[in-house]
Design a protein. Structure first.
Ligand SMILES: Nc1ncnc2c1ncn2[C@@H]1O[C@H](COP(=O)(O)OP(=O)(O)OP(=O)(O)O)[C@@H](O)[C@H]1O
Ligand SMILES: [Mg+2]
Lengths: 609, 382
């Protein structure tokens, strides 16, 4: 609902944005925080605009701009000729498309069966399989890729050598350093993007639809084809688009697995273009069409998710009929789901853990090749690594705090002020989703590396990058949380004599705590191990933990890779556990929320703690 | 003593003028009820008084202080007005005690005093035992009491209530209605109460304000407004009624003799706004309870016939067809000696029970008369 604040001509000072109307308010009053249409509101809106432009708008505009800049600084379309004259650029784009398409197929092959088993059958442990799908997604994909090198590397991969000795093979049966290897690893990492929406759609299908079809005499296959599939199709396509976009621009696993054979996709070719001497115009020329295509795909995806969900799937949580699996079905289902868990989590992270206790890579596993702390000591004795730990920790915390502040500001504007321009806030906060880390990184370099800003290689430019990339997730949480807090809850406080500031401190922020905590901790986990942008922005002087790990793997120091990976994963897990604890057990808060009968957003409140 | 004065209060959202020149003054200790159909601007009025909305034009004064007007705008936290919301707006992260104690705590009156006032307020709404619960552990009626206590604890200059009982079931609503009245009386607090429930309005108000499309259409004591509605709209807002065309047959002695179609004689109080001429066509409102039905022979003078008789236990609702009227007349009668459909009847109206309306004949749809006013969509800014 678009609301103009005031169309009455009598109201003086309606500004162009249609926002504040009482320019007549004395400054003293404004500072007291009268919230509707005040100078305060205008100032907050200005702060938000400046922040978004600085974090996202200006860098992305620079990428577009640079693609049209000639050597002499004038305007040219000539740069796009590079696409014709440099075959490796086109090749990288084609490689990206190949990898992306392959990964979509792989993700569907993994995600659809698991979704069906976990949601619509009586498979044992189906809750567990659901949970692990989410867990996979939270685990860093480039670390998984490192694990797979240790398993399926052509020379020493554990699975390869095992298979060779079992079957007396001459050469390794698998080579992870290949496009197929990349697709394999990416599918195992990205299938939750298909699994999650499809299982939500499967679980949300009004059983009445299927019963109706079945009662009309349709066979099970026919029900599946004519009722079930059309209902989950939007979720399926939307999920596939997300997989496609993510796989086309992901850096970590591709860089790690493609490097030995020189296989490059868009982000890796962008990185090599930015190496000294940087060829910014070439990087920009590749980035622009990518941005356009991704934006288009994501718009389609949003359509699908936004449009169909609420019309087709009735909100009725009727009991769904679970398909009863026979003994054979059970075995097959368990085997398949277990295999997915083993491949996506147990094997890659298990081998890293095992390797971190290995003394020498060349000798086989065994008691004589065991060191409990040796590799960890080596890792922690390197000043570079401890510095990187410090940097990553600082960056993750600072960026999380800043992103939360910005998300609070944006949600406040959306929920508590009236202006036509509010409609752009949510899309702007979600926009970074459409910018691959590589492109955003390049944009930040163009925008801020050189004088007058001179931020190249500094922690500040990394911080800017992290805050920008954290915005979509942070805003999604805070915005949703804020949407559940009615304005009346704040107004009640104001009318009882509490100032605007006190109302925020005592009422709004405490009520938002679950959202703030969830967003903050998730951000911390994701930013602490951020690689995609960092690899463009860091320098030797300011490493982050993920770039250190990336370099260690380039130098094939796998015991230390293992140790460092285990450390990063442990930090991830600890934060995640703390997050769940904090979100679950807080007496008097998250579970005690029944205010508005009927319209109560927290109506699901359980028993008191 | 005049307490709160609103003058020329106007507010638009977009192009819709939601409150359109409201003038009203409220005396100290008075209970004023704003009544009107959904969307007529009651809540917006209340929110402007509380300081949550800023009027486009007009002024609000509390005693000598201008709250809003010209360049002045006093923010809500300095108006000393407590609001009870339809949604209660209790804070789910605070206990009942903390909810109620919020006002005094904010005012920094000291711990002992906060405790004393909180206990007092909780006792007032009879919630002494539940101070340590959270909102979700209370029933709807108890939540409502907490909201009331929270509003009263601050000794407000004005207590504002926006349909506070509409989320409660009928029995609880009646109980809370008398509770609100008792508390308001005993504290002598000035109250503005918004509702679209006629029973609440009539029983709670010292003065009743009927609103329509952002304007005040009638102000007066509940009895006055009920007995002498100025328009068909007001008459319907206060309960089921028959709005009928009538002809003036004679005036004098402060009353008017009228005749309904079919020659049914009616006597009404003479309206204050201008004399009526003999033979003039007017509209009158007659409450169903004031219509008397007596069995008559077929072919009697007025030709009225009972069409429907619905039994409600303590009374019977009739609809009576009268030649010359498009819609049947509603009437209620005692449940003993119930008349049957098809029974010819003669109609009578109690003396002085009819009210002459300001509406001109033809402007008020003679159509069917809803007991509860239908929602009036926001007018265009014509
Ligand atoms: N913040 C707002 N923005 C735009 N329009 C609004 C806003 N608040 C109210 N309105 C509109 O103003 C009109 C009057 O609203 P108001 O809430 O004052 O009605 P009400 O008399 O309280 O109705 P109800 O009995 O349903 O509560 C409605 O048409 C409503 O849609
Ligand atoms: Mg209202």
């Amino acid at each position: 609902m678009a609301l103009t604040s005031s169309a009455a001509p009598a109201a003086s000072g309606t500004d162009a944005a249609g926002a504040p109307r009482d320019t007549g308010t004395p400054a003293r009053e404004r500072r007291r925080g009268q919230r509707r249409g005040t100078g305060f509101e205008q100032a907050m809106r200005a702060v938000w605009v400046i922040a978004i432009v600085a974090l996202i708008g200006y860098p992305v505009a620079q990428v577009f701009g640079q693609s049209f800049v000639a050597d002499d600084g004038g305007f040219t379309l000539g740069n796009y000729g590079l696409l014709a004259s440099e075959p490796r650029l086109v090749e990288a784009i084609l490689n990206s498309l190949w990898i992306a398409s392959g990964t979509v197929v792989g993700s569907l092959l993994l995600g659809l069966p698991v979704a069906w088993f976990a949601v619509r059958t009586d498979l044992p442990f189906r809750r567990f399989f659901r949970g692990t799908a989410v867990l996979t997604f939270a685990a860093p994909s480039f670390i998984a890729a490192l694990g797979w090198i240790l398993l399926l590397g052509p020379r020493n991969g554990l699975l390869n050598t095992t298979l060779m000795s079992l079957f007396g093979l001459e050469s390794a049966p698998f080579n992870i350093f290949s496009p197929w290897g990349i697709i394999f690893v990416l599918s195992l990492f990205l299938y939750p993007l298909v699994f999650l929406p499809v299982s939500a759609a499967l679980g949300g299908i009004d059983p009445a639809l299927e019963h109706a079809a079945a009662s009309l005499g349709a066979s099970r296959a026919r029900v599946l084809r004519t009722v079930t599939f059309p209902v989950i199709a939007p979720a399926l396509i939307a999920g596939s688009i997300l997989v496609f976009v993510s796989a086309a621009v992901i850096f970590g696993p591709v860089a790690i697995l493609g490097a030995p054979t020189g296989f490059q996709t868009i982000p890796t070719v962008l990185l090599s273009l930015m190496q000294f001497p940087p060829r910014i115009e070439a990087a920009a020329v590749i980035s622009v069409p990518i941005l356009v295509i991704i934006a288009g795909l994501l718009l389609v995806q949003r359509r699908l998710v936004g449009g169909k969900k609420f019309t087709v799937i009735g909100g009725k949580p009727g009991r769904q009929e679970l398909t009863h699996l026979g003994p054979a079905g059970r075995v097959a289902g368990l085997a398949f789901c277990t295999l997915v868990v083993v491949l996506s989590i147990v094997l890659p992270f298990g081998i890293l853990l095992a390797t971190s206790f290995r003394e020498a890579l060349g000798r086989p596993f065994g008691a004589d090749n065991f060191t409990l702390t040796g590799n960890y000591e080596q890792v922690f004795s390197q000043p570079l690594i401890t510095a990187a730990m410090g940097n990553s920790f600082f960056l993750a915390v600072a960026a999380t705090v800043l992103a939360l502040a910005l998300a609070l500001l944006a949600s406040w504007l959306v929920h508590r002020t009236k202006a036509r321009s509010n409609a752009v806030i949510a899309p702007a906060m979600a926009a970074p989703l459409a910018f691959p880390g590589a492109v955003l990184g390049i944009g930040l370099i163009i925008a801020y590396a050189a004088p007058p800003f001179g931020l190249g290689g500094s922690l500040t430019i990394l911080l800017i990058a992290y805050v920008g990339s954290a915005l979509p997730l942070t805003f999604a949480y805070v915005h949703a949380g804020m949407g559940q807090i009615g304005a009346e809850v704040e107004e009640a406080s104001r009318s009882l004599g509490a100032s605007w500031a006190r109302t925020w401190r005592r009422i709004t922020v405490p009520l938002l705590r679950p959202s703030l905590l969830a967003a903050g901790l998730l951000n911390f986990v994701l930013l602490f191990r951020e690689l995609e942008m960092s690899v463009f922005l860091y320098t030797g002087a300011n490493p982050t933990i993920a770039t250190v790990l990336y370099n260690l793997s380039n130098e094939s120091l796998y015991q230390r890779v293992g140790a460092l990976s285990v450390v990063i994963l442990l930090i991830n897990i600890v934060v995640a556990v703390v997050a769940m604890r904090l979100l679950d057990h807080r007496p008097g808060e998250s579970r005690h929320r029944r205010t508005t009968p009927g319209t109560d957003p927290y109506a699901s409140s359980e028993e008191a703690a | 003593m005049t307490h709160l004065v609103m003058s020329g209060l106007t507010k638009s959202f977009g192009t819709a003028r939601v409150v359109d020149g409201v003038d009203l003054s409220i005396e100290e200790g008075e209970a004023v009820v704003l009544l009107g159909p959904s969307g007529c601007g009651k809540t917006t009025c209340l929110r402007m008084i509380a300081g949550f909305e800023r009027p486009d034009a007009g002024e609000i004064r509390l005693r000598d202080e201008v709250l809003v007007g010209g360049r002045t705008f006093v923010p809500p936290e300095r108006r000393r007005m407590s609001v009870v919301f339809q949604s209660y707006a209790l804070w789910p992260h605070l206990s009942v005690r903390e909810n109620v104690g919020y006002g005094p705590t904010t005012a920094k009156v000291g711990r002992a005093e906060v405790r004393r006032r909180t206990d007092e307020a909780l006792a007032m709404v009879q919630l002494d035992g539940l101070a340590d619960r959270y909102a979700h552990q209370l029933s709807g009626g108890q939540q409502q009491r907490v909201a009331l206590a929270r509003a009263l604890v601050n000794d407000p200059a004005l207590l504002l209530l926006d349909e506070p009982l509409s989320n409660l079931d009928t029995r609880l609503r009646e109980e809370m209605r008398s509770e609100v009245k008792r508390i308001q009386r005993s504290l002598g607090v000035t109250m503005v109460y918004v509702t679209h429930d006629q029973a609440e309005a009539l029983s709670l108000a010292d003065r009743l304000v009927v609103m329509h499309d952002g304007r005040i259409v009638q102000v007066g004591s509940p009895e006055d407004v009920y007995r002498r509605p100025r328009t068909g709209f007001v008459a319907r807002a206060l309960g089921a009624t028959n709005v009928l065309p009538a002809t003036v047959r004679g005036t004098g002695g402060g009353s008017v003799a009228l005749e309904l179609p079919g020659g049914v004689p009616v006597e009404a109080e003479a309206p204050a706004d201008g004399p009526l001429g003999e033979g003039q066509a007017v509209m009158v409102s007659v409450r169903p309870g004031d219509v008397r039905l007596t069995p008559a022979d077929p072919g009697h003078a007025s030709g009225a016939v009972v069409r429907e008789a619905l039994f409600f236990g303590d009374h019977v609702q009739y609809s009576v067809e009268l030649p010359g009227l498009a819609e049947p007349i509603k009437a209620t009668g005692p449940s003993v000696g119930r008349l049957q459909p098809g029974q010819p009847v003669s109609l009578g109206v109690d003396r002085g029970a009819a009210a002459v309306l300001g509406d001109r004949p033809g402007t008020t749809a003679t159509g069917h008369v809803p007991a509860v006013p239908a929602p009036v969509p926001g007018r265009s800014a014509a």
